[in-house]
Ligand binder design. Structure first.
Ligand SMILES: [Ca+2]
Length: 116
């Protein structure tokens, strides 16, 4: 990661969320295996009182940009919503990166689900 921190989350389920996300900050997840090529739903649990957030889902340090998603203003850092987009991913084991093109939001979790 670069530029972020974890903090106690106000979201359902408790635990910690990632905060302090400014423009160009990122978090990466190494060794994520995608068993089959296809279309995937990627969901992000986010909260922000700010407009204009944008997140880029990348592979291998930004070598591949899978897609970008706008992060809506949820009203506060205590009001979480789940937003999603669909991306195509080829089978393989990757480092996934969540890159804040425009920061100002918090993330509690994200999830990848195979569609077809
Ligand atoms: Ca930061």
């Amino acid at each position: 990661m670069s530029g972020v921190m974890t903090e106690t989350t106000p979201d359902t389920g408790g635990g910690q969320n990632v905060g302090g996300i400014d423009n160009q900050d990122w978090i990466a997840f190494t060794g994520v295996n995608i068993p089959t090529s296809g279309r995937y739903l990627v969901e992000y649990r986010i909260a922000t009182p700010n407009d204009g957030g944008k997140l880029s889902l990348d592979l291998n340090g930004g070598a591949t940009v899978l897609g970008e998603i706008n992060i809506p203003n949820t009203g506060s850092f205590s009001t979480y919503r789940t937003v999603s987009h669909e991306v195509n991913i080829s089978a393989g084991t990757y480092q996934f990166g969540l890159y804040a093109v425009t920061g100002g939001f918090d993330i509690n979790w994200w999830k990848i689900t195979k569609l077809y």
